[in-house]
Unconditional design. Sequence first.
Length: 614
Amino acid sequence: MKIKYLFTGVLISMLAFMSCEDPDDLARTGSENVTGLTITGCLASDESTTYSAIVDEASNTITIQVPYYISDTEKIQGDLTQMKVSASLPVGAKFSPSISGIRDLVSGFQSTLVKEDGSKITYTFKADYVKSDQSSISKVQLTDFKATIRIIEPKTAGDKGEIVIYKTSSAIDAAIKSANLTISPWATIESSGWNPTSQILDLSQQPEVTIIAQNGINKTIYETKIQYPEILPQGVGYISSLFGFQTYQDDTHGFEATANRSLAVVDDYLIVSNSIDASKMIVFNRFNGNATEKTVNTTGITRSIHAIANDDANHLVAVPYTHSTNTEPSFEIWVWKNGIENEPEKIFSKDITTDSYFASLRNINSTTTNYDIGRTLSVKGDVTSGDALVGTMCYQKFRPVIIPLTNGKPSTEIQFIEFRTGCTVSTGVDSKVTLMNTDKTHPTYAFSMHNYRGINYAPANGANGYPFTIPGSHWWSEQWNSDVKGMDYIEFNGVNLLAIQNGRYTGNPQIDAFNRLYVANITSPSQTALTNGFIFDSREGNSTGTGSIPGSGYAVTGMTSYASFISGKTVLGSNPNKTGDVCFAASSDGNAVQVYMLTTDHGILAYELTRFNM
């Protein structure tokens, strides 16, 4: 019967003999229990790495097991003709002739083990290349998102392992289509989701993944599983940063100085307007902020587009900047009914200086003849079907201007315009109305008050409005040195959320220096709703300091700034018009909403609010 046994480096250390030393000079260990024979080998070129040996007592053959490739990444084989051999011997035993020195273990050599009792065994020493039997996954990493992924090895032979992806963000839906795997060296991957050319694994269909060892025999199968955290029945749970970037003169991210003023989300894309050239709108991946190759088809649009938004049915909507003294004083509404890659359709066009539709706008503060609309935009409902509202601001006349639509056409003879009793008179070029329902008679809305650094709220059913009390923390509130720009509203997991862009000026003349994002739950609206419903702000998290919100703080993910976050860089511009925007977007699975804040010339930051209880 053949008897083979494998000796490892662990046993070597137990026997107090290390590295490639001359075994003939080995001193006694002092242990009378050492009776076995341990052999290791090393390449003459690398004596720090030792390899175990198989001792075949039937054929008296000792074979050093050298990995097929000695590198984990390059096809480099060790030179078996230039090796050293070491031994840990039973007490009183020795090899004759000596096994020291550099040996050719392809040809092999013989040496006799002479034991303390005088008995002898002649062994043949040689070496072989051995392919690895390792077939495991050590790491799974998504290429476009930092996710929590756990690798569970099979408990027993024949069982399957698991790749467990914890869905803590809606970004994972798209991100799991592109994963990198770290596996045992020289092993291979088999899976229906595996692309051997790109070396990318698509986990979106939760495929089985088989890792085959270099020897072609050993293999491990892993099942892909997606697990959700505990779901909150109502309200906001785990919050985290998605991304943030600052725009520089030598790294613009596609921005153009003073031009990028508003945001919209359509499908998986975050779209940024361009008031200088509408065809240069930027299309980002909404989950990671990476620029895409997609463009917005602007065929037919010849006007300056300051304001874009998305409706509740995933349509991009845009309005041109319209001034009463322009040669083109018609206010227009454009909608992309069939995706941003297809031509938009103009569904509304009326002259603000002559058309009866805008008579009430002209008649308010009639001595103010220089006025404009279309700097900012809010949309509620589906502009192509059913009831919808399209809202903009006329800051010179201190009024939101709201256009009701039904099935894509104006549903009233005149636009809705009012200044709700109880509100504070303060607007500016960056003021934005944020619509909260589609009631064309008594809409619910809020609008930002520019330098008065607050928000007016107009409740349902025409009830008196009021300004929200300015928060005492997480907010820049110095009068005339701070402002409110963009806002947006969304209903999520049983609560109503309002996100606000709060800015702070510095210097003389005033420079739009810093902007932060403030999010509150206004489900139970009152004057103190912003304070009582506070959820988080991007600069200070949800408590003093950065709290427990990942990505908040004095950094590119937590605020925008006119000063560079990177030494030696110059920010794209100073945002002289003090413009910016905020945009909410819901994930298709209903488990999260994303919120984005744009500051013209300075960059974008993005957060995700989930209903995960983590």
